[in-house]
Design a protein around this ligand. Structure first.
Ligand code: NAD
Length: 388
């Protein structure tokens, strides 16, 4: 948080140059319904740490959390500086018509575009934390049992309603059967014979999302799960095979407890498959060979990457969290959250005397001063250059 003093050139040697982190002003935080506490409070904490005032707009869909945030934060935070606005699209639209100094949005890319358009009207800087289809490549040499456990955990936690969850698996025909058997065994191990009875398996947040996710079961062949119950908004942890690239499940982010397995001949085709699509929030690769993992890492792009696991990269707060391209822009978590909500102001403080030192830059100009100016303005840094 302190002013950060920086290296200077000779001409400014006696002056003070530093970067000051100053607050933007009033920040708007719009958050989604999945992990609604965390995805509202983590940006809020960073925005407060950086000195901003904040208006929060939690999701109306996770309405109990919305209520708790509205009541709880009003009790604990200075109401002159922090406010929670409840409501849905209408309230969000009205908020977005106002001028803010920074907007931090977490949600889906379609709404992200609406938010960005609104921000453009006032030239408001923003962070977009969006979603997408996170690919998960499983190479033939993987420890299939371990891969199945880690993939199943990251896909089915919170009933699949996790932005970082592996959205689909890419693997070869040769290991598909083994992977399916291992995933079936893992689902039984984690959630029992009837996952509906498991206290560790969640439900879909609301009717609209339930109907949307359930409709995705219509294509492909179910090899695990597949059961639904409208009254509970329950969708069993499900594995789908024989999924075509053109099926709806491969067109949109699933955001539910369904894992389609798409067959590719091998690593090259998996990389091509990933690169044909929008850049995802996360990409995953499983292999016993670090060179295979590194191939996927080096030749694809995504917000984050994890070799031989899913989601857990986000637990390291020294790593930035955010998307790239269609999965978002900007980053946060740990110190990155503070940086996101801080304007880095470039500051130079000079004496009002020592005018002799300035004469070289004033007209009338002549050639002989050029070398002197160059040597005075060069910043002594490895590999530095001076461009005029
Ligand atoms: P959403 O975009 O529908 O809603 C997010 C917020 O935007 C809510 O507060 C909602 O009220 C508001 N909103 C919705 N429609 C709006 C509109 N037309 N105009 C203005 N505001 C509007 O997202 P969601 O369904 O709540 O959350 C799921 C999505 O969020 C998924 O795509 C998921 O991947 C993504 N997500 C991303 C992250 C991340 O950190 N990158 C984390 C969680 C969820």
């Amino acid at each position: 948080m302190k002013d950060e003093h920086v290296s200077k050139n000779m001409a400014m040697y006696l002056d003070t140059a530093f970067i000051r982190k100053e607050p933007f002003g009033v920040v708007l935080i719009i958050s989604p319904w999945n992990y609604p506490v965390q995805l509202t409070l983590i940006p809020l904490i960073g925005a407060i740490a950086a000195g901003n005032c904040v208006i929060m707009k939690p999701s109306e869909i996770s309405q109990n959390t919305e209520k708790v945030l509205a009541e709880g934060l009003a009790r604990y935070l200075d109401q002159d500086c922090f406010a929670v606005v409840c409501g849905g699209v209408e309230e969000s639209t009205r908020l977005l018509a106002e001028r803010f100094d920074y907007i931090f949005f977490t949600g889906n890319p379609v709404v992200g575009k609406i938010v960005m358009e609104a921000a453009t009207k006032h030239l408001t800087p923003l962070t977009l934390e969006l979603g997408g289809k996170n690919p998960c490549y499983v190479h033939d040499d993987s420890d299939i049992k371990n891969a199945a456990r880690r993939i199943a955990w990251s896909r089915f936690i919170n009933a699949g309603q996790t932005c970082l969850a592996p959205d689909y698996v890419l693997c070869s025909e040769a290991i598909k059967e083994k992977l399916v058997v291992a995933l079936q065994a893992t689902i039984r191990e984690f959630y029992g014979e009837d996952p509906k009875q498991s206290p560790d398996f969640g439900r879909i947040i609301g009717d609209r999302h339930y109907q949307r996710v359930a409709a995705l079961l219509k294509h492909g062949k179910v090899v695990a799960g597949g059961q639904t119950d409208d009254s509970e908004k329950y969708i069993a942890p499900t594995i789908l095979i024989d999924v075509a690239e053109s099926d709806p499940i491969m067109q949109e982010e699933i955001f539910g407890p369904i894992l389609p397995i798409v067959i590719v001949p091998g690593l090259e085709e998996a990389i091509q498959f990933i690169n044909k699509r929008e850049k995802a929030l996360a990409a995953y690769a499983f292999s016993a060979n670090s060179q295979i993992i590194n191939q996927v890492l080096d030749r694809t792009s995504s917000g984050s990457f994890c070799g031989n696991d899913g989601i857990v990269q986000t637990t390291i707060i020294s790593l930035p969290f955010g998307g790239v391209g269609h999965s978002g822009m900007g980053m946060y978590h740990g110190k990155f959250t503070f940086d996101t909500f801080s304007h880095k102001r470039a500051c130079l403080l000079r004496s009002d005397g020592r005018e002799k030192l300035n004469e070289v830059r004033y007209p009338p100009y002549n050639e002989s001063r050029l070398g002197f100016i160059l040597s005075m303005t060069e910043v002594k840094r490895k590999g530095a250059c001076v461009i005029f």
